[in-house]
Structure formats: C-alpha cells, structure tokens
Design a protein around this ligand. Structure first.
Ligand SMILES: Cc1cc2nc3c(=O)[nH]c(=O)nc-3n(C[C@H](O)[C@H](O)[C@H](O)COP(=O)(O)OP(=O)(O)OC[C@H]3O[C@@H](n4cnc5c(N)ncnc54)[C@H](O)[C@@H]3O)c2cc1C
Length: 446
C-alpha cells in the first residue's frame, strides 16, 4: 500500500522534506498557495523586460552543509557560485578584501583581518580578544549580546564596523536586539571553525529559476506531485490526529501523514484554536517576533561598480550586489538592507533617493539611473532575540501524524535557507522514525 504524505508549502523546507521521503517510496504531494515554488526565496517578473528579478538577493555560506546537500541532491549545486573574497568599502571609497590563506582555522583569515583598513590596531586587538572569548562561551548561553559586548569591553566602533556589521546581515537583526547564542554561532561556525565556513555563495541564476524550472527534473525523477495555486484553508484535527486538510478549491485530503512547511503565522491561522491552546508548542509561536528586509533594485545605463559585491561600512545600504548587464544597456545593482526598521514611514521613493545618493557619493559614478524598484518584506524572518529557542517547536508534534518544518522550527540555526533545509530533513527523519525506518538525514557540520 502506498503511504501518502501531504506537505503544506513548497518553500525550501517543504522541498527538502519531500526528497528523502519520495526516495523511500512514499507518495509525496506538495500543496502550495502560490503559482511557484521557493517560498520567500523568490523572484518577480520585471514588467519592463519580462525578466525574473530576485525579490531579494539570497546568499548562502560555506558552513551551510545541509543547504549544499539539498542543492547537490536536486542537481542545482552548479548554479551556486562561491565568492572566494569579500570586499568591504568605507564611505571614503577605500576597499579592503577578505580571503582565506592556506592556514588551518582560525588562522586562515588573520592576514585579511590585520590588513583591514577600517579598524584601528586597538580595535583589532579588542575584537581578537572578543573572538577568543566567544569561542569558549557556552553555545547555549543566550543572554543579550549587548551585555556580552559590554562585559568584554568592545568599543562602540567595533560594534558598528565588525560585530554589528556581520550580524545584521547574517541574522537580519540589530546587534542590540539579538541573543548571544546565534551571534556566537555566526562567528564560530562562519569564521573560526573551518577555512571554508565564511565563504559567501551566490546563485548565478534568479531564485525563481533556481527553485523553479531547475527543480522540474528532480521533482519528476522522485515522482513528487506538485499542486500549485492550492492554498490550504483548514486543518481538521480529530482525536489528536490530522483527519483532513481542506484546500481553498474545496478539495479535501486525508493523507496518512502531514508535514506543515508553512510560515508560522499561517499555521496559527489554520490550526483549530482549541488545538493551539492545548499544546504549548503551537501556542508559543505567538511569541515569535519578526524583522524586515528591504532591497533596492537599480538599473543604470553603464556599470557603476567594479567589484562583484561590496559590504558597505557605515552605509545606509549594507550589501551591494552587482548583477551585470541583465538587458542590453541596463546594468543591474541590488542593495540589501537587513533589519530595515529605520525605513519605516519613509516611503519607497525616499528610500530609493537616499540609496541612489549614497552610491553616487561612494562610487563617484556619473551613470544615469534608468529604473528602480524598492521591495520591503515586512516579516522577512523571525528575530533571534535572547532566548528565542524556547518558542521554537521541534519537528515532531503532539498531533500523531503531523510534523512541522520551516526555518522557524527548532533547528539550532537562525532563519536561513540552511535552517529551512535542516527543518525539512528533521521532519522527514521524525516521520521515518515513526514508520519504523529511522535514518539520519541531517548532514554533518564542516
Ligand atoms: C527578503 C529576504 C532575504 C533573505 N535573505 C536570505 C539570505 O541571503 N540567505 C539565507 O539563507 N536566507 C535568507 N532569507 C531567509 C530565507 O528566505 C528563508 O529562511 C527560507 O526561504 C524559508 O523557507 P521555508 O520553507 O521555511 O519558508 P517559506 O519560504 O516561507 O515557505 C513557506 C511556503 O508556504 C506557502 N504557503 C503559505 N500559506 C499557504 C497556504 N495556506 N497553503 C499552501 N501553501 C502556503 C508559501 O507560499 C511558501 O511557499 C531571506 C528572506 C527574505 C524574506
């Protein structure tokens, strides 16, 4: 008898859960409310050129081993390019580049760090002292990171130009709002543990293609049924089991197992209130907070930047990504601003004006801006505030045939594509264990 698994949501978590189950003979159906897969890692179609444009640039890092495994399994790993150097620019236009030397971690980045022009020797000494202390801090200590910075006497400029600079992009949150646990994870996993951990990886095709057409062959090979434009309307629970999933089309499905890979806000809307009240793992989701990300898309009549990307120190923009000539005579640049609460109430035109002015002053270019678009994702990711893990549920739930996936579940990672893939693998592991086929899907760290 075929065993039916219904996966709700075809973001990375849902896709990652689908693969290993389908490969083990389960009949897997993914139901997705939108007309595309990939969830938050998505593109939109540019009305002017008809091209796919990423709603926001997504990058991975060398330490994201499960994401890398998913890409390899799905046959898309060749479409993600590692950046061997990182470029940092200060408002005076000076650039320092960061690259690994052939030395064991954590010495691999020492030379780049010592030659960085945007930190004084005293600041570098304070940071080195801080990094050494961080390494020996318990990985479970999740007090406010700002308290830790004070305790370890980190000067304010090291927070602006190092700690906060790295963390705001990695965690999508301001340094004074986050907990120590995930701050530590970023620096230890990303910079101190392995020479490849810090390496930023950038997709070479739009996300809409990477997690769209490029996955067709993998979905077909694994016989995964994909139902797009099929929103879940209701999750019916009876006797502590999911009895039925009702879709907005009216279709009712009663699968053997359900994996919810929905955003946590949506799950709270779809589960019966009585079930939420009965089980802390669902009720706790109401404590999760979110943080916004803004991306500014700019098309110029000529190239304005000679670096593939830039981390902008003391800038309004945080990362600049150079996407090249995407249409004849159109050179596309994307600026990303994480934890973009400071833009609240400004309006997109004003945000665009400020970013455009900043780029002119920084890069000293005289190119003409042809088009622009500002996109803000207000609930981009959950916030890694101190103690956040007590609100994140495990993939196994008290509802016997319901499992959870999503970057917000208990993965030990902040809200990233890596966390989404981990959650999918963990949900599949739980389901397989329940059916008497325990298997380890989670990939080892670097
Ligand atoms: C602007 C932005 C920038 C980011 N940058 C990065 C980055 O650089 N690097 C990184 O690693 N991560 C980044 N992230 C985070 C990353 O996108 C997420 O962690 C990851 O995509 C989450 O995947 P998921 O499958 O858990 O959730 P989602 O992608 O949210 O998937 C949930 C799916 O459920 C579907 N759904 C919702 N309601 C229903 C319903 N009723 N019925 C059926 N389906 C439904 C949704 O349409 C969606 O496809 C960024 C996120 C944003 C928003």
């Amino acid at each position: 008898m075929t065993r039916q698994v219904l996966i709700l949501g075809a973001g990375l978590a849902g896709l990652a859960a689908a693969g290993p189950l389908a490969a083990r003979g389960f009949h897997v159906r993914l139901v997705e409310s939108r007309n595309r897969t990939g969830g938050r890692a998505s593109s939109f179609t540019d009305a002017t050129t008809g091209q796919l444009i990423d709603a926001c640039q997504h990058v991975s890092m060398g330490c994201c081993t499960n994401f890398a495994h998913f890409c390899a399994q799905a046959g898309i790993a060749h479409l993600v390019a590692p950046q061997r150097r990182l470029y940092f620019m200060t408002p005076d236009g000076r650039v320092s580049s960061f690259g690994a030397d052939p030395l064991p971690a954590p010495l691999h980045l020492t030379r780049s760090f010592l030659t960085a022009h945007y930190l004084t020797f005293a600041e570098k000494t304070a940071i080195a002292r801080g990094l050494a202390a961080l390494r020996f801090t318990s990985s479970e200590d999740d007090r406010p990171f700002r308290d830790w910075l004070i305790q370890h006497r980190q000067p304010p400029r090291t927070v602006d130009r190092f700690w906060g600079l790295v963390l705001v992009s990695a965690l999508n949150e301001e340094a004074d709002r986050i907990g120590l646990k995930y701050a530590r994870k970023v620096f230890v996993d990303g910079f101190l543990k392995h020479p490849r951990g810090f390496q930023v990886e950038v997709p070479t095709v739009p996300l809409g293609q990477l997690y769209g057409a490029e996955l067709d062959a993998w979905l077909a090979r694994n016989r995964i049924t994909l139902s797009l434009n099929q929103a879940v309307r209701r999750i019916e629970v009876r006797d502590q089991r999911v009895a039925c999933i009702e879709l907005r089309s009216g279709e009712q499905v009663s699968p053997d197992w359900v994996i919810s890979a929905l955003p946590f806000q949506r799950l709270l809307e779809l589960l019966p209130e009585v079930v939420i009240e009965q089980h802390a793992c669902f009720a706790n989701l109401r404590h999760l907070q979110t943080s916004p990300i803004t991306s500014v898309h700019l098309w110029y009549d000529r190239p304005i930047c000679r670096w593939p990307h830039l981390v902008l120190i003391d800038g309004l923009g945080q990362w600049l990504f150079q996407r090249g000539e995407t249409a004849p005579g159109e050179h596309y640049i994307q600026i990303v601003v994480s934890a973009s609460r400071r833009f609240r109430g400004l309006g997109h035109e004003e945000v665009q004006r400020r970013i455009v002015a900043e780029l002119r002053s920084l890069l000293g270019h005289s190119a003409q801006l042809l088009r622009a678009r500002v996109v803000t994702e207000h609930q981009a990711t959950f916030s890694v505030v101190p103690g956040v893990d007590r609100w994140r549920p495990s993939q196994k739930t008290p509802i016997a045939n319901l499992f959870l996936a999503g970057d917000w579940t208990a993965t030990g990672w902040p809200a990233t594509m890596e966390s989404a893939v981990r959650s999918g693998y963990l949900a599949a592991e739980e389901l397989l264990a329940q059916t008497g086929h325990p298997v380890r899907l989670l990939q080892p760290d670097l």
